[in-house]
Design a protein around this ligand. Structure first.
Ligand SMILES: [Zn+2]
Length: 238
C-alpha cells in the first residue's frame, strides 16, 4: 500500500540477501523488522551465546533461549514471524576472507556489532566489495545511524567518520546502554536497509544522525568523503 515501495519494491526485498553482523541490541530489532518485511535471505552472524544480562535489550531472545547461540535463537524468533524466508546462521566471528566472502554476497550489510575493531573490518570489506553498509551504534543514552554506499564514489565510508588510531574503544557491556536506544537505532537500520533495497526515498548516505536520549534531541551532521581516507581513498583510485 506504500506507493514508494509498491509491488516492485516488495519483490526487490524478496530477492535480496542481507547480512546482519551482531545479534544483540541492534541486530534483534533490525532483524525482526527485516524478517517481517520479507527480505528473502537473511544471513545472521554472531559468535556469542544468549545470557540473562542480554535480555533487557536483545529482544530477539527470551528466557528460554539462555545458553543457545544468539544466531540460532534469533533465527528461531525471525522464522516464527516469517517462515517463508531463508535464514543462514553463522555462529562464528567472521574475519579476513570469510568476512569478505559473506559481505561480497550480500546486497546490504547491517552493522550491529559492538566494537570498533569489527566495525572497521566490516567497513573495509564493504569498501572492497562495493557493498552498501547500514551502520548503527548505541551506548549509554546515545545512538547514531548512517548509510555508507561504496557504489557511489561521492559517498563517505565509516573510516572517513572515525580514525583508526585506537582512540575510540567502547562497548555496551563495558559502558551500559539504556535498552530503548538500541530499539530506536536498530529499527532505523531496518528502515534504511529497506530503503536501500527498494530504492524508496533518500537514505542517510552523506549524513550521520545522532540521538541524545537524555534530552531527546536529534542532530543531523553532514559527512563528506575524506579524500585521504585510509580505507576508501585507495580503492577509489584503483
Ligand atoms: Zn572513507
Amino acid at each position: 500500500m506504500l506507493p514508494a515501495i509498491d509491488i516492485e519494491g516488495q519483490e526487490r526485498l524478496l530477492n535480496s540477501r542481507v547480512l546482519i553482523i551482531g545479534m544483540g541490541g541492534l541486530g534483534s530489532p533490525a532483524g525482526l523488522y527485516l524478517a517481517a518485511a520479507g527480505i528473502g535471505h537473511l544471513v545472521l552472524c554472531d559468535f556469542d551465546d544468549v545470557d540473562l544480562s542480554n535480555l533487557q535489550r536483545q529482544i530477539a531472545h527470551t528466557t528460554d533461549d539462555i545458553g543457545l547461540s544468539k544466531v540460532e535463537s534469533a533465527k528461531k524468533s525471525f522464522l516464527a514471524i516469517n517462515p517463508l524466508i531463508n535464514i543462514t546462521a553463522i555462529n562464528q566471528k567472521l574475519q579476513g576472507d570469510s568476512l569478505l566472502e559473506q559481505v561480497s554476497q550480500a546486497d546490504v550489510v547491517v552493522d550491529c556489532c559492538d566494537n570498533f575493531e569489527t566495525r572497521f573490518a566490516i567497513n573495509d570489506a564493504c569498501v572492497q566489495s562495493k557493498t552498501p553498509l547500514v551502520s548503527g551504534a548505541a551506548i549509554r543514552f546515545e545512538g547514531q545511524v548512517s548509510v555508507f554506499n561504496p557504489l557511489d564514489e561521492s559517498s563517505p565510508c565509516y573510516n572517513c567518520l572515525y580514525p583508526r588510531d585506537g582512540s575510540i574503544a567502547q562497548t555496551c557491556s563495558e559502558n551500559g546502554v539504556i535498552a530503548p536506544i538500541t530499539g530506536i537505532i536498530g529499527s532505523m537500520q531496518a528502515l534504511e536497509t529497506i530503503k536501500v533495497i527498494s530504492k524508496a526515498g533518500e537514505t542517510l548516505q552523506g549524513r550521520v544522525l545522532l540521538l541524545d536520549g537524555l534530552s531527546m534531541q536529534w542532530q543531523s551532521m553532514q559527512l563528506p568523503r575524506n579524500p585521504k581516507c585510509p580505507s576508501c581513498s585507495n580503492t577509489q583510485a584503483l
